[in-house]
Design a protein around this ligand. Structure first.
Ligand code: FMN
Length: 190
């Protein structure tokens, strides 16, 4: 698939069939992630593959806890209709973790320490595009508490969980969301 087609067509998927994702496909997706740029090429990412139902269930429960907390803080009504059951249906979850110490020169800047997150975000986007090009749906998921998710996954304190990516065959959709007009987002500095 042409890169621009993949960029244009990719959309978040929140309903998955339980058809398994093959190991070769999974490796292709992770390899695509690992081609991302990173500060001084320090590749701050590690990928934790989750396929066990019990672990997915624990992530689901942690998400429900966060959703409740989010509702209490925000009062957002739309959260009522936002269901996270796809976390247990989806065949594969990949926790993308980053090492905050691997943020490059960024550590010494005033706004420093975010380099590892930027690199992991670039890796995640590569993975979502690769999944789409391979005929799979995906979702960038962040509704979890840092300490709680690390405990569930047995991840050490040196790493931060940047996102959990859902990957699988879509059961429905996914459906494209709208984007702003390009003119609204461009400022030319003279
Ligand atoms: C940093 C980040 C965090 C996100 N977290 C969540 C999440 O926790 N749950 C979810 O359903 N979608 C999440 N998304 C997906 C966005 O909701 C989605 O990308 C956005 O609505 C645009 O839709 P599209 O991906 O279909 O183009 C996240 C996306 C990003 C980039």
């Amino acid at each position: 698939m042409d890169l621009f087609t993949a960029i244009r067509e990719r959309a978040s998927c929140r309903t998955y069939s339980n058809e398994p994702v093959g190991e070769e496909t999974l490796m292709k997706i992770i390899e695509a992630g690992m081609q991302a740029p990173s500060p001084a090429n320090n590749q701050p990412w590690d990928f934790f593959i989750i396929t066990r139902k019990e672990t997915k269930m624990k992530i689901y429960e942690e998400s429900l806890r966060c959703k409740k907390g989010l509702f209490e803080k925000s009062g957002w009504k739309w959260l009522d209709s936002y269901q996270v059951g796809f976390l247990t249906d989806v065949p594969v979850l990949i926790a993308v973790t980053g090492d905050p110490a691997k943020s490059g020169a960024d550590i010494f800047l005033e706004q420093g320490g975010l380099g590892y997150q930027h690199a992991c975000a670039a890796a995640i986007q590569n993975m979502l595009l690769a999944a789409h090009a391979l005929g799979l749906g995906s979702l960038w998921y962040t509704l979890f508490g840092q300490e709680e998710i690390k405990k569930i996954l047995g991840i050490d304190d040196k790493r931060a969980v940047v996102a959990i990516i859902c990957i699988g065959k879509p059961a429905r959709g996914p459906f494209k969301t709208k984007r702003a007009k390009i003119e609204e987002k461009i400022f030319r500095i003279s």
